[in-house]
Design a protein around this ligand. Structure first.
Ligand code: FAD
Ligand code: NAG
Ligand code: NAG
Ligand code: NAG
Ligand code: NAG
Ligand code: NAG
Ligand code: NAG
Ligand code: NAG
Ligand code: NAG
Ligand code: NAG
Ligand code: NAG
Length: 672
């Protein structure tokens, strides 16, 4: 079934490693600019005794993939022996882990069974850092394959390691990452990269794989003046393991500002920046990817290099919005910063309609204390008010702010609208004045929203501990489909033709009125102007549709899908696709979707995430830097050459517990 290992690898293994090493470093060492101590520990001559971790050579690699049909995973005869793994462990300084899924504790038939541990996992762990600091946990378990769920009663269920890596390198230096990349490439292993495990498609996990865990590369430093690209000013160096809450704490400590994700535990230094990255300052200064001045990365050949405006520019382009897990393993970024703190004025309000309205548990106020929900007896007025909010969102993003406006079903014929409006640099009083025209429009519909001035400045001036209220894992086990709503909808409306915006509001209403879907609208506008209008050569790979967006609109199943079979997941997905989201897609043919928060089965995903032109440029860069297809994850650049088995062709939702094999060309319905 499997063909011979890569020719490239076998040729290299016969050569003298020391010789290759010397040639390699004399050619490129001058270009590398380490940001942190852990980046100064690179694979060097003295560490380089083991042919297993020999570098690849892009220029001599076969141009057409010649490796085995399926990536090698544990259980295969080609999988390295225990003694080889032990030797590899010495190459990575003993940082190799062989972790089991923590929920094994809930399965009486296993050696790890412990009622107390299981009870802790089910009842208490989600309000701690436990799952976030676990080497193999994915926060979205359905996408990982649900192969070991934590539940008190596991009768009739099994737990296996199908959806999780077999080995994990707990990286604490660049050398560890280089060794892992080389070992995986030389053995054709399935390799995954994990920061925090937030990926909604569990792309940071994978059956029988070797995982590189970047979680503990947590360094940060601030330089009050630096010149990079055409930028001179304050910068921050960010390690790949830094999470949003750590970035916020750092800003507080240094009295500075830089763009960061809103959700505390999202990986700032990982998938967030690489895939685009929106946050509270997006309308003011662009996406996470727009902040980047320089990137340090280990590429598929094992080389460690710096990509910036003067070297490896193609990679520099690709790593800013082209997606995580695709072009290399990033070890640090340099991003621009402001030498002042930023305060964000904000307010939260709710309105409800329907018979159960009195029983609704209000969602989190997102740090901006809310006023009591206003009850609207006529649902038609409720939906008019929703349209009024939608129409107002351009005002929010044009002021540099963000808006959340989320309609959701709450039992029979009952709906909640939860909204937060927050504007950087506005005092609480000024934020209320800002929202006054909106609230006057509400009042003209008979909706009386009163807000009292609040001095809110979250999350940018609030210390955190990285514990979130989300309820990981499980709480985000929902199937969702997203769409970027382009500004043309609003410009048409202000020119007197509100047809499309009205139809968008109708489509959202249609989804929510099913009673089984809820919709999140996130108003952000990372325009090129906000992003900083860099010179052309510096334009990042960010989806052009994001430059034109006003709202990132996500439609979710209201219930979690944790216990659905892969067949049921596909049926759930099919039903959701036919809801109002089908109308949203049809109504906005000029737009696309946000890679980091997208449909698992996004149709025409290459175009949707990057545009046709953007995708072909990214694909060229992918093939240049990774001719071995070492880095593979679903719906990433170049992934269409491979598929997860079983997958759509078998009538099931593809999940990360499947095997990664070459795609069977010409079979309709396969995914990349
Ligand atoms: C609760 C929640 C809230 C969210 N909030 C936001 C938000 O406010 N704004 C927003 O834009 N997005 C948000 N997201 C989406 C988020 O941006 C993506 O899930 C993102 O990919 C997370 O990156 P990570 O590194 O934390 O996650 P991981 O799952 O660890 O990684 C995500 C992907 O990036 C790859 N990757 C990770 N680290 C590296 C690295 N060092 N080098 C190369 N590849 C790497 C992984 O292989 C994987 O493919 C949210 C997600 C969740 C679950
Ligand atoms: C890659 O191979 C080419 C051709 O044999 C050689 O010139 C080059 O030095 C090699 N590069 C590295 C980094 O080993
Ligand atoms: C790797 O080596 C370290 C240190 O010797 C050891 O503690 C660890 O258990 C080893 N890992 C594996 C997977 O054997
Ligand atoms: C754990 O959760 C249980 C059930 O919700 C609760 O009774 C208990 O107090 C929690 N324990 C801790 C330490 O939080
Ligand atoms: C991973 O390494 C870090 C140090 O870099 C250490 O603090 C942590 O405990 C390690 N985790 C595991 C599970 O070994
Ligand atoms: C391995 O560990 C030793 C001792 O902690 C350290 O000096 C060395 O730099 C490490 N090597 C690498 C490659 O991380
Ligand atoms: C933080 O910066 C602000 C604005 O630049 C300044 O007024 C304030 O004194 C600074 N605070 C500290 C603790 O440095
Ligand atoms: C939408 O907003 C514009 C101004 O931005 C306003 O002129 C128009 O009346 C609004 N339409 C509705 C239906 O609220
Ligand atoms: C906020 O306002 C101050 C004072 O006008 C300005 O210096 C600063 O750049 C603004 N901050 C942002 C993030 O726009
Ligand atoms: C709106 O609410 C305010 C404050 O509760 C109240 O004073 C006012 O009379 C209300 N107006 C209407 C029209 O209900
Ligand atoms: C209004 O916009 C819709 C959708 O773009 C279009 O089909 C329609 O012809 C427009 N109507 C007018 C009067 O411009």
């Amino acid at each position: 079934m499997f063909s011979a290992p890569l020719q490239e690898a076998s040729v290299i293994l016969k050569m003298k490693p020391l010789f290759i090493h010397v040639v390699f470093f004399s050619a490129v060492i001058a270009e590398i600019r380490p940001n942190f101590n852990y980046e100064t520990r690179q694979l060097r001559a003295n560490d380089f005794r083991d042919a297993e971790v020999t570098f690849g050579n892009i220029s001599t690699a076969p141009k057409v993939y010649q490796g085995p049909e399926c990536k090698i995973q544990s259980g295969d005869s080609e999988w390295p022996s225990e003694s080889l793994w032990a030797r590899f462990n010495t190459s990575v300084n003993g940082t190799l882990l062989k972790p089991h899924p923590v929920a094994l504790a809930c399965y009486p038939q296993t050696d790890y069974y412990s009622k107390d541990t299981c009870s802790y996992l089910v009842n208490n762990a989600s309000s701690t850092r436990f799952f976030l600091d676990d080497p193999v946990n994915s926060l979205t378990t359905w996408a990982q394959g649900g192969s070991c769920l934590q539940m008190l009663d596991t009768t009739g269920r099994t737990c296996n390691q199908q959806g999780t890596p077999t080995y994990v390198v707990n990286a604490s230096s660049v050398a560890h990452i280089q060794a892992a990349v080389n070992f995986a490439r030389n053995h054709n292993l399935r390799l995954v990269i994990k920061g925090t495990g937030h990926d909604f498609h569990a792309k940071s996990s994978g059956s029988g794989s070797l995982s590189v865990w970047t979680h503990f590369l947590k360094s940060m430093t601030y330089l009050c003046r630096s010149s990079l690209r055409d930028y001179t000013g304050p910068v921050v160096r960010i390690g790949a393991g830094v999470e949003a809450w750590e970035a916020y704490n750092f800003m507080l400590a240094k009295n500075i500002t830089f763009a960061a994700p809103l959700e505390a535990s999202v990986g700032h230094g990982g998938g967030w920046t690489l895939g685009g990255g929106h946050g509270p300052l997006t309308s003011l200064c662009g996406l996470g990817a727009d902040q980047v001045l320089s990137i340090n990365v280990v590429t598929a050949d094992g080389r460690f290099l710096t990509a910036d405006g003067t070297q490896n520019q193609d990679l520099f382009y690709a790593l800013r919005g082209g997606g995580g897990g695709t072009f290399g393993i990033v070890t640090s970024f340099i991003v621009r910063a402001w030498d002042k703190p930023t305060f964000i004025g904000g307010l939260t309000y709710y309105f409800t309609t329907g018979p159960n309205a009195a029983n609704i548990a209000m969602p989190s106020d997102r740090g901006y204390p809310a006023t009591p929900a206003v009850y609207i007896s006529d649902p038609e007025i409720f939906w008019k008010a929703f349209s009024t909010y939608l129409n107002f969102t351009t005002k929010i993003v044009d002021a540099g702010g963000f808006g959340f406006g989320d309609p959701s079903p709450q039992g029979k014929d009952t709906y909640l609208f939860a909204s937060t409006i927050a504007i950087p640099n506005l005092s609480a009083e000024d934020t209320i004045s800002f929202a006054k025209p909106l609230f006057e429009s509400y009042a003209s519909l008979g909706i009386n929203i009163t807000t009292t001035p609040q001095t809110a400045s979250v999350p940018y001036a609030k210390p955190g501990n990285g514990i979130t209220t989300v309820g990981f894992p499980g709480a985000i086990d929902r199937i969702f489909i997203s769409r970027l709503l382009p500004r043309t909808l609003w410009t048409e409306a202000s020119a007197g033709n509100s047809t499309r915006l009205d139809l968008v509001a109708k489509a959202i209403r249609k989804s929510v009125e099913t009673g089984i879907y809820k919709v999140n609208t996130r108003a952000y506008a990372p325009t090129t102007k906000a992003a900083g209008e860099w010179n052309d050569q510096y334009t990042p790979a960010v989806n052009p549709a994001m430059r034109k967006m006003v709202i990132h609109c996500t439609t979710f199943t209201n219930d979690v899908v944790t216990l659905q079979s892969k067949k049921e997941l596909l049926e759930t997905h099919k039903r959701l696709s036919a809801s109002g989201v089908a109308d949203l897609r049809k109504l906005t043919p000029e737009s696309g979707a946000y890679f980091n928060e997208a449909d698992r089965l996004e149709p025409d995903w290459q175009k949707s995430f990057w545009s046709t032109v953007g995708y072909s440029r990214l694909l060229g860069i992918k093939k240049k830097y990774d001719p071995w297809a070492l880095f593979w994850a679903s719906n990433t650049v170049g992934s269409e050459d491979w598929e997860l088995r079983p997958g759509l062709g078998e009538g099931v939702m593809p999940t990360q517990d499947g095997r990664v094999c070459r795609a069977k060309r010409g079979v309709v319905g396969r995914e990349g």
